[in-house]
Design a protein around this ligand. Sequence first.
Ligand code: MG
Length: 262
Amino acid sequence: MKSKRIGLYILSTIFPTMILLSENPTKVIAHRGYWDCPGSAQNSIFALKKAAEISAYGSEFDVSITLDGIPVVNHDDRINGLLIEKTPYRKLQNIKIANGETLPTLKQYLEEGKKEKDLQLILEIKPHSTQEKEQEAVKIITSLVDSLNMANHVEYISFSEFIIKELVRITKNANISYLEGDLAPKAAKEIGCTGLDYRYSVLQKHPEWIGQAKELGLTINTWTVDDPKTMQWMIDKKVDFITTDNPLMLQKRIKENTDKYK
Ligand code: MG
């Protein structure tokens, strides 16, 4: 992989357009699914299906565990005022989310996602209040993914460095990316990450991290990029993935960039 990159680098200095033709274009990840359309809502199963329908590379979603260890899909640590990790699932199971769906469990979500063979499931494990709870969350979530034979269909992300280290410790060959943005590529590689998934402003502040990450064989994803100018900056930097609330606009822009060199 590294020698291929060096080869591409040498070629790109001689033939600048060749690199654009030979490298894969940036891929699109729908942030919390494709939710900005009729009938959809963030982190809904509908939004997951819509992300597949528009041929996104991946659909991102957020997972926490309840007091009794049931993983559920929701962005905030609370729903209807209830702190998820301190509430038994039976008290959450009838809650409706914004589009009228019942709050999805991770199991329900993955079972639907499994039908979408060409859509990667970008599973964010949310920080919990203690390391014990985070350890429990990682164990329960990865066991569920494995039991559904979905290890290759799921990629993990987290803001919690402890969760990242636990994922590295107990998974085999999983894609694991860190979200917080406070580790340089070398340090992220050292704790076992396979990729960086940093806020766009972090990469704009440290553009040298992009090249360093590529040299180290780390993938680069960036969030949450919704404006055309930042999209173009990231496409020009050849990041591997962009996570966006506006996947259709990003797809159009990536296509325009690819078409330019045909
Ligand atoms: Mg998220």
